[in-house]
Write a protein that binds this ligand. Structure first.
Ligand SMILES: [Zn+2]
Length: 450
């Protein structure tokens, strides 16, 4: 058993984890003021001539509002001159989203018409980024004599979408993803109470601790297998942009040395395995339906609109299913969104672990609610024809590490063990991390405890 090798390496644990952590970088939190609206330039907010009256906070329930004719956008209109994003860091209005805000109330406040918001939502259909809006996110607005010219949505330190108005009056999006740099940190500690809190005391972030318990939930019972004094080590890579922690952490390795249970998890080739190379992840099902149906439109990130020739990516796979067909969860996970969207219709998003996410669009009925745990094959919805849809179908998306991929061909967790030709590389990866873990321990022991 490989685990024995690891346990030999990890026999001596540090008395004081604090001293290890004292020299680790302390991330600076963005301080978000409560006065959020910054008016830098005298404004030309002349965009409300076609405003649709919507009471604050009533955005979702007003989804059946019709677009005024003059503002409605047809994809059939030729529009070749999509603008390059400009001045993305210097919008004339910056707004930090507050608790209770919706895009609708913010646009109302800034006297930007709901019709303009609908145009943005339409452009956002292939991203659905605007549905993630939450307190702390930053919005930017640039105007010209025709109204909103550019809208910027920024979530966290790494993600930005810029919507630029094209010559034809609709919006085109551009995504910016800051890659930043990853720094590996080794954390070690001793169990006292439950595992997440013990890990937090040792210097892990609570979200990292939950990633670990989620990874090992099939292998460990976090009540009956834990004993006070059990030891653990974590290798985690944290993402930084300009020295600031972005909130993204990748668990690279975890070793649990317990009186009752010994367990490990190592990231290799995008999937998690124990030290013996056995998969920790549960398999996905390729198709979120009980049987195969005809695919009416395939995944195509470069799809061009037949008339306009503009790139209109199709980030999912469309199945030709009649209204009311049961839609099944593709894998175990937690429901992150159940949303009624003007164009995507009623849709569900499931987070499967830190890596996989699936979306199910144009539904007629949802059988799950936000926050609910679901298991693979569970009936989560009935298919439908909601939103902008030319006929009843299920639009299904699979995202890997935040990017949409072809769900019909993507590598999904179906492997149970590591392929023979990759076993040496895996062993090297495990050895490298466990060596770093034990080096960190020796370093910690040399330092005087506080
Ligand atoms: Zn589709």
């Amino acid at each position: 058993m490989k685990i024995d090798n690891i346990s030999v390496r990890l026999t001596s644990f540090a008395r004081s984890v604090k001293s290890v952590l004292s020299h680790l970088p302390t991330p600076h939190r963005v301080v978000l003021g409560s006065v959020c609206l910054v008016l830098l330039v005298s404004l030309t907010l002349s965009d409300d001539s076609s405003a649709v009256p919507v009471a604050p906070g009533q955005f979702r329930s007003n989804l059946d509002l019709e677009l005024p004719k003059a503002e409605s956008v047809s994809l059939d209109e030729p529009s070749e001159s999509a603008q390059e994003p400009s001045a993305i860091d210097d919008p004339s209005i910056s707004y930090v989203v507050k608790k209770g805000d919706t895009l609708s109330t913010i646009f109302d406040f800034l006297h930007i018409s709901q019709a303009t918001l609908y145009q943005l939502m339409e452009a956002d259909l292939n991203l659905l980024a605007l549905d993630t809006i939450q307190p702390g996110h930053q919005l930017g607005f640039n105007f010209d004599e025709h109204g909103l010219k550019q809208f910027i949505f920024r979530s966290g330190l790494t993600y930005q979408v810029t919507f630029d108005r094209s010559a034809k009056g609709d919006f085109e999006f551009k995504e910016y993803i800051e890659k930043g740099g990853y720094r590996r940190q080794i954390i070690s500690g001793t169990v006292e109470g439950d595992l997440p809190r013990s890990m937090k005391r040792a210097g892990a972030r609570i979200a990292e601790a939950y990633q670990v318990t989620n990874l090992l939930k099939e292998r460990m019972n976090f009540r009956s297998h834990l004993r006070a004094g059990d030891q653990f080590q974590l290798a985690v890579s944290r993402q930084y942009v300009n020295g600031e922690y972005t909130g993204n952490s990748i668990i690279e390795g975890f070793v649990y040395e317990g009186a009752v249970r010994q367990q490990s998890a190592f990231l290799f080739d995008g999937n998690y395995f124990d030290a013996d190379g056995e998969s920790l992840e549960k398999a996905f099902q390729r198709i979120p339906l009980a049987k195969r149906y005809r695919i009416s439109s395939s995944f195509n990130p470069k799809r061009r609109h037949p008339v306009t020739k503009l790139i209109r990516p199709h980030n999912g796979t469309d199945f030709a299913v009649g209204i009311g067909t049961p839609v099944l969860a593709a894998g175990d996970g937690v429901v992150r969104r159940v949303i009624k969207h003007r164009y995507a219709g009623l849709y569900i998003e499931i987070q499967h672990n830190q890596k996989y996410k699936t979306r199910y669009l144009h539904l007629s009925k949802a059988y799950v609610r936000k926050g609910q745990k679901v298991s693979r094959g569970q009936k989560i919805a009935a298919s439908g024809n909601s939103g902008r849809s030319t006929g009843a179908h299920l639009h299904y998306e699979l995202h890997v590490n935040g990017r949409p991929v072809n769900a019909m061909t993507a590598k999904i967790p179906v492997v149970q063990t590591i392929a023979r030709n990759k076993r040496n590389a895996f062993k090297q990866q495990v050895a490298m991390l466990t060596t770093q873990m034990s080096e960190q321990l020796m370093l910690a022991e040399k330092q005087p405890s506080e």
